[in-house]
Design a protein around this ligand. Structure first.
Ligand code: FAD
Length: 384
């Protein structure tokens, strides 16, 4: 049982009803058409939720990470792609800007992002640099009054539709991890273009693309945080991103479980509802238990983030990301199994949920990387 405040409980009820009425009916369509859920995104913006954690004076809701996770869980229970599109904007882009921007950057970028007039993204991954993120090659050369960008980013959520991106680049390649800086990039900057839009197994309503920088001129004032300190921006943001990904996996798993539970009570075989069979009961029991465990660790991560306890958060964020993503894969797969042949066809949402689940153990740091982080925390120097 999570000790939510009355406001948080109300937010959860509002979001549950919004997700069921407005988001769920579009889930299959955006998956099939592989398109950004503009309708739901604009409705979330109209509800004041596009800039959830941004300061009120810049048009945000001034809320915390627990609220971010509540909304993420509810959206994910009916449509993971909508949660991904909104979360990329509100958490990966806007929250990183909020935490690191100057007053001038806050005034310029935050209000239109909060109003949903502009869509945000975050670009870290490159064709030859995924888990080993600090080996990135995108070069930002200091040219006096501007930086000159050359290189590319790959697999960027909201890449095909975004207007503003937090982008990491090398400002001092010889300094390796200490030569990375963060920037705010506008799609209008000369030399910026979009490359390929990727076709995917899941997360299909969250468009994923390539960003290309060819002699792209980036004004000096678009440096986010200090030069060569992008590592701090990146690491600060990754923990909250992982907790948020935990809330996505939790919501997804809960959504699949609720479909399977209802179906198991209604589907009759051998003269009984299939829920009367112990083999089905065991599946449902495991699903319910894993959802409860996932909820506890995810909201512990959100609480630590709200309390600014970044040291403790490292381990909890890795636990939340790892546990819930793998649980979501198991639970969505079992949901398909409980629905039998009906689980495999598109009239029921569980086949989409199972496809969506796979990305949860890849994006934002793979399961292998989370296990490495946990091992490093519990073993200290022995794991190096
Ligand atoms: C749909 C989608 C959306 C995404 N959105 C974004 C986004 O918005 N922004 C962004 O920057 N990136 C994004 N990504 C990229 C994502 O974060 C990376 O794909 C992920 O970090 C893994 O990197 P990689 O794909 O290069 O795999 P690799 O790093 O090449 O890993 C391949 C395999 O090797 C394993 N491995 C790697 N290193 C080790 C090691 N040291 N020990 C053991 N095993 C290891 C990995 O766990 C994995 O199993 C997205 C990806 C997808 C598919």
């Amino acid at each position: 049982m999570i000790p939510f405040t009355d406001e948080q409980k109300m937010l959860r009820e509002t979001m549950r009803s919004f997700a069921e009425k407005e988001v769920a009916p579009l889930a299959r369509e955006i998956d099939e058409q592989e398109r950004f859920p503009s309708e739901s995104f604009q409705k979330l913006a109209a509800m004041g939720l596009a800039g959830l954690t941004a300061p009120v004076e810049y048009g945000g809701a001034g809320a915390g990470y627990t609220e971010l996770c509540i909304i993420t869980e509810e959206l994910s229970a009916v449509c993971l792609s909508t949660a991904a599109s909104w979360g990329t904007h509100a958490c990966l882009c806007l929250d990183n800007i909020r935490r690191n921007a100057t007053e001038a950057q806050l005034s310029k970028y935050v209000p239109p992002l909060c109003r949903g007039e502009k869509i945000g993204g975050l670009a870290m991954t490159e064709p030859s640099s995924g888990s080993d993120v600090m080996s990135m090659k995108l070069r930002a050369e200091d040219k006096g009054d501007h930086y000159l960008f050359n290189g590319s980013k790959i697999f960027i959520s909201n890449g095909p539709v975004g207007d503003v991106f937090v982008v990491y680049a090398k400002t001092a390649p010889e300094k390796k991890a200490h030569g990375v800086s963060a920037f705010i990039i506008e799609k209008e900057f000369p030399g910026f273009s979009r490359g390929k839009k990727f076709e995917k197994m899941g997360w299909r309503g969250s468009p994923t693309g390539e960003l290309i920088f060819e002699d792209c001129r980036v004004p000096k004032e678009n440096l986010l945080g200090k030069e060569n300190k992008g590592f701090l921006v990146l690491m600060g943001g990754l923990n909250t991103e992982r907790v948020c990904l935990g809330a996505m996996s939790l919501g997804l798993a809960r959504g699949a479980y609720e479909v399977a539970l209802k179906y198991a009570k209604e589907r009759v075989q051998f003269g009984k509802p299939i829920a009367a069979f112990q083999l089905i009961q065991a599946k449902l029991a495991d699903m319910a238990m894993e959802i409860e465990l996932g909820r506890l660790i995810t909201y512990k991560g959100a609480l630590l983030a709200d309390q600014g306890k970044h040291r403790e958060m490292n381990l909890t964020a890795a636990y939340a990301k790892l546990y819930t993503s793998e649980a979501a894969m198991r639970i969505t797969t079992e949901a398909v199994q409980i629905l039998g042949g009906y689980g495999y066809i598109k009239e029921f949402p569980v086949e989409r949920m199972m496809r969506d689940a796979k990305l949860q153990s890849i994006g934002g740091g793979t399961s292998e990387i989370q296990r490495m982080i946990i091992a490093r925390e519990i073993l200290g120097g022995v794991a190096e």
